[in-house]
Design a binder for this molecule. Structure first.
Ligand SMILES: [Zn+2]
Length: 315
């Protein structure tokens, strides 16, 4: 589990700080306030990068926001997501230990900074930086994500992906077949998965959070129904042998994809039933529709109340 999300209650902690700040009034407002965004960046700054070797030259790097996939082979390096920019040196050191060749390709699963903030240094290394049209559009916009307490401003042109992916795309790299598949709107409107065919490793981006409630980015076109569709697509792509790199959390497998999908479907049904009766969000949260799941899924950055709010918005 990543350092950030193992620490769990970062967002709730920061929200508590904000409440205290408001209560204490103007004197506190002069002090820069921690946000989930700054807390996550600080966690990445403090965290080592852990390398988990998988199969066939594929590894998973953990410790800079979302998980990073790496394919190391005779042609150099291909990475999927590039973490938070502050981790650049540690990520480059880890990559150099895996392979002395050049960084040739980087693929972004979606626009979120905990997966894409390293885009600038990746471009400066000469890599082909690839993403969907929607991800490139989101990186080019000003977007306020209230839950992270941050307004993201447009990424400079030189740091943007320089390869726009249109539909399913297959690359052959280092003897491995790399299949890139865009999802329909799910966690955002621009997510994609990457499947390393010979290694049988599937990287899902943030359509799968292993053992924790996911964030859903409604501002950028995401929604609970799309999350369920993406979970079903992931299940269709994985067999009992497939190793699954989630957006967040430890390396997973098909059984964990299934448990995640079933949790999403059940929570959606519970929240939708309350909403159909005319209950407000606060009333639904008070009814604890996630109660049976919170001990297992709600101990990380997204707790049961926030996940209920994310689902309520989409049903
Ligand atoms: Zn994300």
């Amino acid at each position: 589990m990543s350092d950030l999300f193992a620490r769990g209650t970062a967002m709730r902690f920061v929200l508590s700080l904000c409440v205290l700040g408001w209560a204490a009034g103007a004197a506190v407002a002069q002090t820069p306030t921690a946000t989930p965004y700054s807390t996550i960046n600080a966690a990445a700054a403090a965290s080592p990068i852990t390398v988990h070797p998988l199969r066939g030259g594929v590894s998973m790097l953990e410790g800079s926001g979302g998980n990073i996939g790496v394919l190391a082979g005779r042609d150099g390096l291909l990475i999927v997501d590039c973490g938070i920019a502050i981790s650049q040196q540690k990520i480059e050191d880890a990559l150099a230990r895996l392979n002395s060749g050049p960084l040739r390709y980087a693929i972004l699963t979606h626009w979120h900074w905990d997966h894409a903030d390293g885009d600038g240094w990746v471009r400066r290394r000469g890599a082909q930086l690839m993403a969907t049209r929607e991800t490139i559009a989101r990186l080019s916009q000003t977007l306020r994500v209230e839950e992270w307490g941050h307004t993201f401003t447009p990424v400079p042109e030189a740091d943007l992906p320089n390869v726009r992916l249109e539909g399913e795309t297959t690359l052959t790299f280092g003897g491995e077949t790399v299949i890139i598949r865009p999802y329909a709107h799910s966690h955002t409107d621009g997510d994609l998965s990457v499947y390393f065919e010979q290694a049988d490793v599937l990287q899902t981006g943030d359509t799968f959070w292993n053992g924790m409630y996911p964030f859903i980015d409604y501002v950028a076109g995401g929604g609970i129904d799309g999350m369920i569709e993406a979970a079903n697509e992931n299940l269709a792509l994985a067999t009992a042998q497939t190793q699954v790199i989630p957006g967040h959390g430890p390396l997973g497998d098909r059984a964990q994809l299934l448990a995640f999908r079933d949790m999403l479907v059940d929570v959606r049904a519970r929240v939708a039933a309350f909403k159909a009766k005319g209950l407000s969000l606060e009333e639904v949260q008070a009814a604890h529709p996630t109660a049976v799941y919170d001990a297992q899924w709600g101990q990380s950055i997204i707790d049961g109340a926030l996940f209920t709010a994310l689902v309520y918005r989409g049903v």
